[in-house]
Design a protein around this ligand. Structure first.
Ligand SMILES: NC(=O)c1ccc[n+]([C@@H]2O[C@H](COP(=O)([O-])OP(=O)(O)OC[C@H]3O[C@@H](n4cnc5c(N)ncnc54)[C@H](OP(=O)(O)O)[C@@H]3O)[C@@H](O)[C@H]2O)c1
Length: 368
């Protein structure tokens, strides 16, 4: 094994918010090749080819995400690459194998020894259990956008939302990484998808990715405009069976007027109100979104919190069938993450800013 010195991005301390953290508290520094003699017999050294730049990666830099790796740390929850070295007890992987690394068990979203190996780096080290052969024809860029996005969509739509073929689902934030995965999975399940967004160009792309109907919900001043009449027109007055809400704020409240009696309302995230928690890792949620109880009551709504990672820690049995199904769909070519933006590692700040601004459709990827 003769590998050159690498580089990694380091978050030295939490910022007041992600843009502040990225400008003031991140840097790129040399990364020595991890020394195999210091690694365990079930460890795998991965030469990283692609690392996803996720919303969670952004929120983590200011300690505004629920899981807080202690700085200094290297961002990059999910990455893909080739095996450079594997320990003596790893019989089923060879140097050069194309793999993705499971962000639950390695990288900044994990606990323990592998947390320091984030994907915004030339090399990562992960335990064998976290290393998965890239399914089907997926590229490295696609592979690093598979698990987190599709597992979230699966958990929300199916484990929580019980979405069935023939139902109609309203997906907010459909152009995002998890939102686009939700569009793909809802269509696979045979549901009708109504997608919302703030840009005609991105909505056209979301339609090309499978959404049956799209609604532009930004008014001329950029604020959310009422869209209940659009939903009525599309559903013949019936409303939707399920709302997948990854956006929060005004959109959530308006959505309560777009549902059938007894609908399921999935709280996935709040991309429009990212400062729910205090910055600099101070915890607390002074700016939490709120929903009116009168509408929840009168519509007989089931409002369901859908934290994929936390639910999986609480009930580990949720994961094996979910993971097996997603890998099988990817193997069969039935799902393929969409990636609109790629950047060299040196441009990590620009990549994170592009994600924050919402320039991206689906995945944003760094190439170490
Ligand atoms: N429940 C879970 O387990 C779980 C897992 C991962 C992520 N999440 C959360 O889910 C949310 C979406 O994550 P993601 O990875 O899909 O994010 P993303 O890729 O950044 O997508 C978010 C989408 O929200 C839309 N949006 C609407 N209003 C916005 C605003 N004011 N600012 C920014 N975006 C706005 C944007 O679409 P348009 O530009 O087309 O409007 C954007 O594409 C986040 O809150 C994230 O923390 C939850």
């Amino acid at each position: 094994m003769d590998l050159p010195e690498g580089r990694r991005v380091v978050v030295a301390e939490y910022g007041a918010d992600p843009m502040h953290a990225i400008a003031e508290h991140t840097s790129i520094e040399p990364m020595p090749v991890p020394d195999p003699s210091a690694l365990g017999p079930r460890d795998v050294l991965v030469e990283i080819r692609s690392a996803a730049v996720g919303w969670v990666d952004l929120l983590m830099t200011s300690g505004q995400y629920q899981h807080m790796p202690e700085p200094p740390y290297t961002p990059g929850l999910e990455y893909a690459g080739t095996v450079a070295w594997a320990g003596a007890e790893v019989a089923d992987l060879r140097a050069g194998d194309r793999v993705l690394v499971d962000g639950f068990s390695a990288g900044p979203r994990s606990h323990g020894a592998y947390r320091r190996y984030g994907g915004f780096a030339t090399y990562g080290v992960a335990p064998r259990e976290a290393v998965i052969a890239i399914p089907g024809e997926l590229s490295f860029d696609e592979a690093c956008n598979l698990l987190g996005n599709y597992e979230t969509a699966y958990h929300c739509l199916f484990a929580r939302g019980q979405l069935r073929g023939g139902e109609t689902v309203l997906i907010h934030g459909a152009s995002g990484s998890t939102g686009l995965a939700a569009v793909h999975l809802a269509k696979l399940a045979g549901a009708t998808v109504i997608a919302t967004g703030r840009s005609e160009a991105k909505l056209a792309a979301v339609a090309a990715q499978g959404a049956d109907h799209t609604i532009h919900i930004a008014g001329p001043d950029g604020a959310t405009r009422p869209f209940r009449d659009d939903i009525k027109a599309i559903t013949g007055g019936a409303g939707v069976d399920v709302v997948y809400d990854g956006v929060g704020g005004e959109i959530s409240v308006e959505s309560l007027r777009c549902v059938k009696f007894g609908a399921r309302f999935l709280i996935v995230g709040w991309a429009a109100t990212p400062f729910v928690a205090r910055g600099r890792g101070q915890r607390g949620a002074p700016n939490a979104n709120q929903l009116p109880t009168n509408l929840i009551m009168m519509k007989g709504l089931s409002v369901l919190g859908c934290p994929t990672a936390i639910s999986t820690v609480e009930d580990p049995a949720l994961r094996p069938p979910r993971l097996a199904q997603i890998l099988a769909w990817a193997e069969a070519g039935k799902i393929r993450p969409h990636v609109s933006h790629t950047f060299p590692l040196a441009d990590y700040r620009e990549a994170m800013r592009a994600k924050w601004r919402g320039d991206v459709l689906g995945g944003c990827v760094l190439h170490p």
